[in-house]
Write a protein that binds this ligand. Sequence first.
Ligand code: F6P
Length: 394
Amino acid sequence: MGNTTRSAKITRSIGILTAGGDCPGLNAAIRAVAKSTMHHGIPVIGFLDGFRGLVENRYIPLDDRAVSGILTLGGTILGSNRDKPHKMDMGGTIMDMTDVAIANAKRLNLDCIVCLGGNGTQKNAYRLAEKGGINVITLPKTIDNDVVLTDTCFGYDTAKAIATDAIDRLHTTASSHHRIIAVEIMGHSAGWLALGAGIAGGADVILIPEIKYDIQAVAEFLNARRHSGKRFSIIAVAEGATAIGEPDDVDENDDDKPQKKNGKKKNGDSNGANGTSNNSGALPQHPIMIRESKVSRIVRELEQLTGIEARMTQLGHIQRGGTPTPTDRLLCTRLGAVAGELVAAHKYNVMVAVKGDDCIPVPLEDVSGKVRTVPIDHPWVNAARLMGTCMGDA
Ligand code: F6P
């Protein structure tokens, strides 16, 4: 028998994880990444519950059967949370679990981990690549639409449709009762969702974090509407909107805040306004402060200033539920397909960004730690003003 050495069959494989706030489209993206990667003969596993699953070595195979029928399914079959490898709550003690995450990835012989998430996930993925030579590829996911260097993020279109539908419905009841109705829309650091849904829904006032509002100016605007015969008004309020003179609305629970593009701080994947719990489900150490929501205060102040009956609605996590829109399904499929191509080409440590009809890799180091906020002279802001919408400033 010749001394032949059998060439060891080098099996490549990748992992996928979903982290940060969930959104419609995650399963469509998981499906697309897995199918595109498997198209190149590379098997795929999915880590459960974000980076925590990587640290705890909890994963499932993502074969054809596992990703069948999930294109239209909301949420994520893998589960998600906001845990960070370098600051992970392990039984009540915050520990740096980066080395464990890296060791697990290497033991599983993973070529790469594809991370689907918002700004916090982009930063955590980059940290893993920078620190431990784990190859990563990320996709831009967040209803806040505030990841830089991409035209848009998946999840945004669906959340915008949900918020717009809510504004449409609030129009009929506000009109019946001749009221001011304010609706709080998600978007802690960036106002893309309130701006997009506010314009699409024809809100009369749109308040976003990037333009601090003057409650007196808003009241005068509403009074002028009333005097002109308009008997109701709709106000779209981003949860991060702040009044002139107030500090920016930052989440006190997270001291790991990547620099916002405009120099302000932001927590990871943006967390709730009151960010009342960490991701292990444990209650926060500090007592939960019961404080009036922004939108409730705005409504109370406007009722006092105008004498017009006012009501409020907080859409909350309704904006993150349900099946993705066709636009988001198409976007996720495009992004995931390219991610699989990049895996096959060994092109790592990039985010797959939307650029017109293309999806192209951009260096993850140029994304990590930044937030895409609404420029105050953005064409959408100008369009709103041309429609006669009050943006909260005089
Ligand atoms: O990051 C998306 C987002 O929905 C933000 O708009 C919102 O402020 C936050 O997540 C809510 O976080 P959680 O789901 O952890 O309460």
